[in-house]
Design a binder for this molecule. Structure first.
Ligand code: TRP
Length: 339
């Protein structure tokens, strides 16, 4: 039986952090290694340009950083197709056809887009390309006939939009060329890593992130600065575990659950200092991040090899997407000369 096709991607607007790692990268590596899927991983540089058109250098730099982050966490070009969105012309032509099937009002109602428009503070200057990115995302997914999209649940409206486009296309052109995707959501609670400052979200703009590219010393400094219980002043004071970011991280990262339970009890009773607790978290993080960092450094010394991997992945992705595009053109009836 043919394997289920899985597609994910990230906009390259900076380096990836351990929030991305916990929220999606780790899961992608697991899915890739299960051998059950045909995985495509896309660096969505054109999507990143939709609100960075005047700053292409940022996207160009971030592309290689994201590629390094992928390889560092164990995304394996032998097992998954890593490719670059802007290098797949079929995606843009598909986007153009899908745009005719979606209304401006529908895009303006898309909750993910709505939230982002607010965050980015475009006011009256929303770029058309930005508003349209759910349509281009439908092209990304359908070009590969992907059925499974491992994303955060905030992306569900994107998938719904894609399914609508698929259904409309297949109905209007009486075809079965396009395939509806499903989301693959990580089990509840495993998803989101808070920022170092306790903010619910780790992000570059909030300055509360640990990057996969951070060296050991930087990670230690960041861990030592983490938000704990502001009322826990003396070692002997009883401390709060709930809402204490250090414990949230330990719950996610520490393999030794019994030890974490013991530390929690000790912290709540009084007698465990923040410094000691943070040293333990630092050890735990280091055990997970050191091999990732080493792999990243190895690839970073050979950027030519990284670009070759992206080129080979893009060539493969191009063949698949071009085939779907030919079917789409046929379905619409744009095959004037080839038969
Ligand atoms: N929207 C994703 C992001 O915000 C990137 C992306 C583009 C994507 N096309 C996709 C994700 C298709 C999943 C499927 O970074």
């Amino acid at each position: 039986m043919a394997k289920e096709i899985l597609l994910t991607g990230d906009r390259p607007t900076g380096k990836l952090h351990i929030g991305h790692y916990i929220g999606s990268l780790k899961n992608r590596v697991k899915l890739q290694n299960s051998g059950q899927y045909d995985s495509y991983i896309m660096i969505a540089d054109t999507q990143a340009l939709t609100d960075n058109a005047r700053n292409p250098e940022k996207i160009r730099q971030s592309l290689i950083e994201v590629a390094l982050d992928y390889l560092a966490v164990g995304i394996d070009p032998e097992k998954a197709t890593i490719f670059v969105q802007s290098q797949i012309p079929a995606l843009f032509e598909l986007t153009a056809y899908y745009m005719d099937l979606v209304t401006v009002a529908r895009l303006e109602r898309n909750p993910t887009v709505k939230t982002e428009i607010k965050q980015k503070d475009f006011k009256d200057s929303i770029p058309i390309g930005f508003l349209n990115y759910p349509v281009s995302q439908a092209a990304d997914i359908t070009a590969f006939k992907a059925t499974l999209i491992p994303v955060g649940d905030d992306q569900e409206p994107m998938l719904e939009q894609t399914r609508e486009i698929v259904r409309t296309f297949n109905r209007v052109y009486q075809s079965n060329v396009l395939v509806e995707p499903k989301g693959y959501f990580a089990p509840a609670g495993s998803g989101r890593l808070p920022g170092l400052d306790g903010n619910a979200k780790m992000s570059k703009s909030l300055g509360n992130a640990i990057y996969l590219a951070d060296d050991a010393k930087t990670v230690t400094q960041k861990v030592m600065s983490m938000y704990t219980d502001p009322k826990h002043i003396h070692v002997s004071d009883p401390g709060q575990v709930a809402g204490n970011t250090v414990f949230t991280y330990l719950d996610i990262f520490a393999p030794d659950k019994a030890k974490v339970a013991e530390l929690k009890a000790q912290y709540q009773a009084g007698g465990l200092g923040d410094v000691q607790l943070k040293r333990y978290l630092n050890e735990v993080l280091e055990a997970e991040l050191a091999p990732i960092r080493e792999r990243r450094e190895r690839y970073a010394k050979h950027p030519d090899e990284v670009y070759e991997i992206l080129q080979a992945g893009s060539a493969r992705a191009n063949r698949v997407a071009a085939k779907t595009l030919a079917e789409v053109r046929d379905a619409i009836g744009l095959n004037y000369f080839n038969n």
